[in-house]
Each structure stands twice: as C-alpha cells, then as structure tokens.
Design a protein around this ligand. Sequence first.
Ligand code: AMP
Ligand code: ZN
Length: 137
Amino acid sequence: MSDCIFCKIVSGDIPATVVYEDDDVLVFMDIGPIIKGHALVISKEHHDPVTETPDELLAKMHLTAKKIAAAQVNGLGADGVNIIQNNGIAAGQEVPHIHIHVIPRFGEDGHHWNWAAKKYDSFEEMAEMAEKIKAGL
Ligand code: AMP
Ligand code: ZN
C-alpha cells in the first residue's frame, strides 16, 4: 500500500531501527515508546485488521512477539512484558497495518494502564453478551 507508513518502513523508504526480520515479519523500535524498549512486530505484507490477516502469518507474528518478549527479559532485564494488538480507530489503532506491540515492563516504571473494571447490571446481561458472541462464531 503506497500510502501506508509501515509498508514504507518495509520497503526502506522510511527508516526504522530494526531488531529482527525474516521473510514474513519485521520487528523495529516504536518511535513513541510507552516504555523505552517498546518494539513493534509487523507483517511485511500489508494486512489489516486482525480478522483479515491470514492465520499462518498471524501465528508467526505472535510467535515472533514471544521471541521479542524473551529478548526484552534477557537483553533489557525486563521484569514483565505487555503484548497488545489494536484493531480499528475505536480501539485506538493509529496505523492501519497489522502490528503487535511488545512492551517491556519494569517494577517501578511508573506506567499504569487506565483500566477501570466495569460491572454488568446483572448476570443475565453478561450471559446475553456471551450468547451474542457465540452467535457470531
Ligand atoms: P497503534 O495505535 O496500535 O496503531 O500503534 C501505532 C504505533 O506506531 C504507535 O505506538 C506509534 O508510536 C508507532 N509509530 C508510528 N510511526 C512510526 C515510525 N515511523 N517508526 C516507529 N514507530 C512508529
Ligand atoms: Zn501497510
């Protein structure tokens, strides 16, 4: 895709600090890290969103994220790792080319997800949501 920033990184038209690559995936440093060491695993071929990405490629991307997570623990001394994948503007996705965030975490790194758990009005409401998801399978 000619106007896709991540495709331009794959083609070399935009520079990136590459950590790992093979025939299918490219891993580079996120230019705006949540925590220093934050890396992105992308597919070399343009795909988006996750539901349109070929299974085998998606599996390979996730195995690569696992490899990078281990490297952040071994190489950076990370105490933990967040692995995140956003799909759609509503989900906070900015770059519409599939990518997995791999973010090293350290005991006192000061980052807190704005993750406020909500409550269902009733058990039935939760069960209704589950039925709708099941109907979508
Ligand atoms: P998302 O919100 O999931 O689409 O995340 C897109 C990520 O891409 C953000 O964390 C950006 O900081 C990162 N990003 C955007 N442009 C570049 C770039 N040229 N090089 C490295 N990372 C980038
Ligand atoms: Zn692209």
